[in-house]
Design a binder for this molecule. Sequence first.
Ligand SMILES: Cc1cc2nc3c(=O)[nH]c(=O)nc-3n(C[C@H](O)[C@H](O)[C@H](O)COP(=O)(O)OP(=O)(O)OC[C@H]3O[C@@H](n4cnc5c(N)ncnc54)[C@H](O)[C@@H]3O)c2cc1C
Length: 384
Amino acid sequence: MRSVENSYDHIIIGAGAAGLHLLLQIISRPSLADKRILVLEPSKKDENDRTWCYWEKGEGQWDHLLTGRWAEGNFHGPSHSVPLSLNGYEYKMLRGLDFYRYALEKVKASPNIHLHHEKVSEVRRKGEWMQVQTDGGLYYSPLIFDSRIPKAFEKKNDGHQRLLQHFKGKLIRTEERTFDPSTFTMMDFRASWKGSTSFCYVLPTSPHEALVEYTLFTDTLLSPEEYETLVNKEIEGRLKIKNYTTIEEEFGVIPMSDFPFEEQQEPGQLLIGTAGGWVRPSSGYSFKNAERYAKMVVDALVAGETLPTRPFKARHRFYDRILLNILLEENSLGPVIFEQLYHRNATDRILRFLDEQSSFKEDVQLMLSLDSAPFLRALKRLYL
Ligand SMILES: Cc1cc2nc3c(=O)[nH]c(=O)nc-3n(C[C@H](O)[C@H](O)[C@H](O)COP(=O)(O)OP(=O)(O)OC[C@H]3O[C@@H](n4cnc5c(N)ncnc54)[C@H](O)[C@@H]3O)c2cc1C
């Protein structure tokens, strides 16, 4: 039964990147201080389950939490290595745990926000209200923000493209001075797995410490042993590090898809984060998108306007769709396409493009820098 006690102005399901960005935005707005907000999250968020990397120009909101930042990097393609000068951008590294701790402190200090460590099992519409069933109770709100991946995404053969970005990383420490912390490796395709679109990246945070991660853009996962072999081969083979200690490990799978996440929500529900399509399909990056979209959503909430539901501009969705198709149908071409991209374009132009901040003219210039044949074949496969 609905009562004053179990009714909230808003319910946020999931206190991950998107849920916490949303909460921090809500907490920062004095006009929302009287709203009763419930956060439902089964995890205590007390482990470092991921490391977020993103780029931005100048000072950013999370700089006080960073464990690494770089203005210079390098890219290694199958035939060319390119030094990357980020021209005003910095590549930044933020441990998940540091962000969780910071956000949860803010939540604790906000008397209008109630955090329950409960798992949501069902959401249902009941007249004007959304009814949320958890393993601990029943709650009501006219508007819920939901970070659970919609069930329809699990279904295959619906005409949408699905690729996986999957990776294993190790944060390692060496006795000897091994790394140059002033520069990072964005992508190293020199040891691609069985000719697939797969690469390693290296993020050194001190002369003794670095995150070494092996990433694949393919449609099937590997076995745990295969990830282990790939990342160890990079550390011990390519980087020639024999004596090291593994401090932390991370494994992740990020969907890269043109699935219309935003069409899965019903009135009274806004899907957020990966569930809301906030992950850029062609890159898998989403931390900065979550920051951006959370702000847009809360701006609309404060102004009493319709909440934005379509992340990414139409033309960028189109570009992503084409690249996804190439990676799905001609996966072995990925290393060469990324090499052309980084070899023939200034890094800041690429980053602006990935942020959707590039002009149409810049997009065309960037596309003309790549061999057109794979893109024309993808267009033919998708539209003819
Ligand atoms: C290991 C890893 C590394 C990544 N690195 C980067 C990176 O470097 N840069 C980048 O931009 N992106 C990165 N990503 C991608 C993306 O940024 C993250 O996946 C991001 O955390 C997505 O935010 P989210 O809120 O959608 O999901 P999450 O952060 O996963 O949060 C979802 C939350 O919902 C909770 N939840 C799930 N089911 C329920 C339920 N039934 N009831 C209540 N709560 C529930 C979960 O416990 C979780 O806390 C990475 C992803 C992973 C997995």
